[in-house]
Write a protein that binds this ligand. Structure first.
Ligand SMILES: Nc1ncnc2c1ncn2[C@@H]1O[C@H](COP(=O)(O)OP(=O)(O)OP(=O)(O)O)[C@@H](O)[C@H]1O
Length: 238
């Protein structure tokens, strides 16, 4: 594991207008890790992600990405440094084919041999290969979600962020998405996941961070979280 974290947040304070939502939030993610951000509704998960991605300017604190301070950069500049999000709601283009989606965003800046080219994305999601010439609006919800993940991967992100990526999907499709996340982890992709299905996440992630009213109240391994059910009841409402 690298000594310098891929992502480091320290003393992050952020909110909307006069209302402060995040209070001294701090955590790190190392290259190769799969980490979850957990907490009940309204505890600040999306706000944390917006702050990291540059969609919300934090009031104070530091965010370093790959060793570089990014808290004053705009979202597109941060994205170019290698952060990609799969947002809630998928957002596929109705008039682009699957293949066009995957090529339109592809990172051609560096032809890294281990990069996510279209063939590697098709290997991860054979369903996308079968649907290569279908338009965005001809895809099922699950296929759109796979495409949203594939499109994020096509930018070759150092950090992939999934915000409620299985929300609203049928259980069988959720399972497919989780199987894909397990493969991504095996392949060394660094990933931050926000999702509600704690039991599944225990098997998919290395570490977990729990937010309660905008503060990090617990952080630890899957084994620690699995063994302490009082945390589930106290902070996750499970
Ligand atoms: N654009 C906004 N303007 C004002 N307040 C907001 C805005 N977005 C979120 N909030 C408030 O900030 C707090 C944290 O919301 P946030 O969306 O970060 O929570 P969350 O943990 O992601 O919850 P959820 O699972 O419901 O998305 C909530 O009280 C919410 O009402």
């Amino acid at each position: 594991m690298n000594v310098t974290p891929l992502l480091s947040c320290q003393n992050l304070n952020a909110g909307y207008g006069a209302s402060q939502v995040l209070f001294d939030v701090g955590f790190t993610i190392h290259a190769g890790e799969t980490v979850t951000l957990l907490g009940r509704n309204g505890m600040g998960k999306s706000t944390t992600i917006k702050s990291i991605m540059g969609d919300l300017r934090s009031k104070s604190g530091q965010i370093h990405f790959n060793g570089r301070p990014v808290q004053s950069l705009k979202a597109d500049a941060i994205a170019r440094l290698g952060m990609a999000i799969v947002p809630e709601g998928r957002l596929c283009f109705p008039n682009l084919t699957v293949r066009e989606h995957l090529l339109a965003f592809a990172d051609r800046r560096n032809g890294r041999a281990d990069g996510w080219d279209i063939d590697r994305i098709y290997a991860l999601f054979p369903r996308l290969k079968e649907r290569a010439s279908h338009m965005g609006n001809q895809l099922s919800g699950g296929e759109q979600q796979m495409l949203a993940i594939g499109r994020a991967l096509s930018t070759n992100p150092r950090l992939l962020i999934l915000d409620e990526a299985t929300e609203g999907l049928a259980p069988v499709i959720r399972d497919e998405i989780w199987a894909c996340l397990a493969k991504l982890r095996q392949e060394g992709q660094t990933t931050l996941i926000v999702d509600k299905y704690l039991e599944k996440l225990l098997g998919l992630a290395d570490r977990h961070i729990i937010l309660e009213r905008g503060r990090v109240v617990w952080e630890g391994s899957s084994a620690s979280l699995a063994n302490d059910r009082s945390l589930w009841a106290r902070y996750l409402g499970v």
